[in-house]
Write a protein that binds this ligand. Structure first.
Ligand code: AMP
Length: 504
């Protein structure tokens, strides 16, 4: 079924309900939203000859129009290719060419115009509207089958070129239903605030809110600004949002300064990168029971596991701290196993690669059979993440398999060392990597962003580690840096740190 059906049905039931907001200002009702999408669909077909299955890219910052474009693309049966607005125009051009997009929507063409492959039409919002007011509209969404592609999701590419993850209608349906079962309910009164890029997790979470006829809000800044959000949330009320852990940390910094205590926030779903125990504990102390964690990847969008609100608040269970450090249990639509290199199952508690199977798992990588064959084997998605399952099914992530440090033949998981160092008050951020060592193969190096003007001494950090982790896991060296290199989604670029500090 075409995803645009959901919008059409909600619009039929609640045509006058405000749907899209710029900050606090309503800019479109559900009736408008569906009509604009039908007009965009008609325009794509009439003016650019877009046929069902063709790809249409969006390379824009978050805006209410972004959602209308997504649904316009689906309306005419095309496949959306949302591109992170922070990418360099060259990187965007690569994705446009790789996906074979017929049209790309931008707000200001910039350098991209000159870089576009031939055959791709650039539609610039700044010079032409996406639809003619009162112009032709498609009568209903073009029928699509469950297995037809809906979204080409380009991976963030912390290494190598981004790959296009092929997500079908069925994959996105499964993700949406699992949200209601495993993550959170959505109420008609809710306001989904898109502070993280719509091209990624935040955008994937629009569907639940369309189904329930909730509000969709793009902050006036078009992105994440912690002060803006603390002011906006109490005025909107019932805010739900997807946030990367770094965003929660920034929200906490503002809350500590201003006394903001989460007013107006209903649910923050966090994930996409490690949230350290010290940080989530602090977040619940400041804001209370407002958090749910998910672990997913483009290849199984938002749907590998969830750590519930109840688990995050629980301080009575004998293993509550381990659970808080985990990413929760498998969502209802996937099976998860922990395996060795040959696919052999690991025992409870043992670390191996996380593999998953189920209805949200991608169809493969666009035009990339080698990468597909590596990731999808016998119906299982090899996530590239290492982890272990406990007896209750809670999954603890260790690290990406390529980030594991092998020192003297023993595996050291950087995450564990990072967790230990983060409990030191002098450490604001840390990333741990392996450095080439003649004696050990690799040795542990910690790159630290100090919390204050004065960095803690190495001796002090070493003593701190001794109280937290096995002696052999302690860093052999510390590097102090003003910040860590991160990609456009806020993920630390360990590859870059290894290139700078890893020797070899
Ligand atoms: P992406 O496909 O760009 O969303 O990246 C997915 C990767 O982010 C996963 O394979 C994990 O390595 C990491 N990740 C996602 N969610 C979490 C989480 N809750 N905790 C730690 N790492 C996560």
């Amino acid at each position: 079924m075409n995803l645009a059906e959901w919008l059409v049905r909600t619009a039929r039931r609640h045509p006058d309900r405000p749907a899209l907001f710029s900050g606090e200002d309503p800019v479109a009702t559900y009736g408008d939203f569906a009509r604009h999408a039908a007009q965009i669909g008609a325009g794509l077909r009439a003016r650019a000859g877009v046929l069902p299955g063709d790809r249409v890219a969006i390379f824009m910052k978050n805006s209410p129009a972004y959602l209308e474009l997504l649904y316009g693309i689906w309306f005419c049966g095309a496949v959306a290719v949302p591109i992170n607005a922070k990418l360099h125009p060259r990187e965007a051009a690569f994705i446009i060419a790789d996906s074979g997009s017929r049209v790309v929507f931008v707000a200001g063409a910039g350098e991209l115009g000159a870089l576009l492959p031939s055959g791709c039409v650039l539609h610039d919002f700044e010079t032409a509207p996406a639809f003619e007011p009162g112009g032709d509209a498609l009568a209903s969404p073009v029928p699509r089958r469950a297995e037809d592609l809906a979204w080409l999701f380009y991976t963030s590419g912390t290494t190598g070129k981004p790959k296009g993850v092929m997500l079908s209608n069925a994959n996105l349906h499964a993700m949406t239903y699992a949200y209601f079962v495993d993550v959170d309910d959505v109420l008609a009164e809710d306001a989904a605030v898109y502070a993280a890029p719509l091209s990624h997790g935040a955008g994937l979470y629009n569907f639940m809110h369309v189904l329930r006829g909730a509000r969709h809000v793009v902050p006036a800044s078009g992105g994440f600004d912690a002060s803006e959000l603390c002011a906006l949330a109490p005025r909107l009320g019932n805010v739900t949002m997807f946030a990367a852990p770094t965003m929660i940390n920034r929200l906490m910094a503002v809350a500590r300064r201003t006394g903001y205590a989460g007013e107006g926030l209903r649910t923050i779903v966090y994930g996409g990168g490690p949230m350290y125990v010290a940080d989530i504990e602090a977040a619940t102390e400041l804001f209370g029971a407002r958090f749910v964690q998910i672990y997913g990847q483009g290849e199984s969008p938002m749907t590998l596991t969830a750590l519930s609100r109840g688990d995050i608040m629980d301080r009575a269970h004998p293993r509550w701290r381990e659970r808080l450090a985990s990413v929760g249990r498998a969502q209802s639509c996937v099976r998860i196993r922990i395996v060795g290199p040959e696919g052999e199952d690991k025992a409870t508690g043992e670390i191996g690669e996380i593999i998953a199977a189920g209805s949200p798992v991608m169809q493969g990588y666009w035009n990339n059979e080698d990468a597909t064959a590596q990731s999808l084997r016998d119906g299982w998605l090899w996530t590239g993440d290492m982890g272990s399952l406990d007896e209750d099914g809670y999954l603890t992530l260790r690290d990406r398999s390529k980030d594991v440090i092998i020192s003297g033949g023993t595996n050291i998981y950087p995450r564990e060392v990072e967790e230990a160092l983060l409990t030191h008050p002098g450490v604001a951020e840390v990333s741990v990597i392996g450095r080439v060592s003649a004696e050990w193969g690799e040795e542990v190096v910690a790159i630290i962003v100090p919390a204050g003007p004065e960095a803690p001494s190495e001796a002090e950090l070493d003593a701190h580690c001794r109280t937290q982790i096995a002696s052999f896991k302690r860093p052999k060296a510390y590097v102090f840096e003003p910040e860590l290199p991160k990609n456009n989604y806020g993920k630390v670029l360990k590859t870059e740190l290894r290139a700078r500090f890893g020797g070899g």
